[in-house]
Design a protein around this ligand. Structure first.
Ligand SMILES: NC(=O)c1ccc[n+]([C@@H]2O[C@H](COP(=O)([O-])OP(=O)(O)OC[C@H]3O[C@@H](n4cnc5c(N)ncnc54)[C@H](OP(=O)(O)O)[C@@H]3O)[C@@H](O)[C@H]2O)c1
Length: 229
């Protein structure tokens, strides 16, 4: 699939591989310095994607926070923040979620053909709902995003979405942050579930950077030849 956007996956997890806990509260895994690093990564992308479960559970803003980075984007002829992208099979999205209400940039919702009508009823007034076929695949989403001029996509989770991009072999780079504590609760979500991943004991991914950022550690993995370094 030539011409698809460059895909950068970003995830923070506990030492034991959990990306959240099982409580109703949002679990903070990164620290302030790392969140600023993530802000810079966001600012360098054309679109940011999260799964619908993350929209519902975390209610993220998905904006570039730094005013300087926003201004630099605008000076380059770009909107202050990247476009926001989500995917849903249920169409259960709340139009008052911050994904839709915060920021002036485009909001894209990909869904299977069968729920396009329902999804448009839910969020059609605040987002562009795209019929992505059935089932929705990362390839279909990437092809559509490429057609909308997205050259660089940041996928911020959750685990279901990360797992699909990894197993589909369409991830170019992974930023994995490990926070210095355990969650220790199997009811909590993990980074990825089961799947046939292109990287296994016989085909190891390439580490391009390891960096301590305060009390967390970032490892950057190259997952394709498109990843520099
Ligand atoms: N630590 C981190 O870096 C980080 C980052 C982000 C999120 N999280 C955490 O991750 C958890 C959520 O992860 P998750 O794995 O449960 O969910 P998720 O990946 O955020 O979203 C999964 C949902 O996305 C939709 N979806 C995914 N693939 C689809 C496809 N191919 N076709 C149609 N719809 C599709 C479905 O939505 P519907 O249910 O609407 O059908 C599915 O239930 C939360 O606890 C959140 O806090 C952690």
């Amino acid at each position: 699939m030539t011409g698809r956007p460059y895909v950068l996956l970003s995830c923070a997890m506990s030492i034991d591989g959990y990306i959240d806990d099982a409580t109703a509260e949002r679990l903070l895994l990164s620290n302030d310095t790392d969140l600023d690093r993530i802000d810079a990564v966001r600012a360098a992308c054309d679109a940011i994607m999260v799964g619908a479960a993350t929209v519902r559970r975390d209610d993220p803003r998905l904006l570039v926070r730094s005013e300087q980075r926003q201004a630099e984007r605008v000076a380059r002829g770009l909107p202050p923040s990247p476009a926001k992208v989500t995917v849903t099979a249920s169409g259960d999205l709340d139009p008052t979620a911050r994904f839709f209400t915060v920021g002036d940039g485009p909001k894209l919702v990909y869904c299977p053909t069968g729920v396009v009508e329902k999804t448009r009823e839910q969020v059609g007034a605040v987002a562009t709902v795209v019929d992505a076929g059935d089932p929705v695949t990362p390839h279909a989403v990437l092809a559509d995003l490429a057609g909308r001029g997205v050259g660089r996509l940041m996928v911020e989770g959750g685990g279901t979405v990360h797992c699909q991009f990894l197993t589909a072999g369409v991830a170019d780079e992974l930023h994995l942050v490990v926070a210095p504590f355990f969650v220790g609760d199997r009811r909590a979500p993990r980074f990825v579930g089961d799947g046939r991943f292109p990287w296994h004991p016989g085909r190891r991914a390439r580490v391009v950077e390891v960096r301590q950022i305060g009390d967390v550690v970032l490892t950057r993995y190259a997952l394709s030849d498109r990843c520099p370094g």
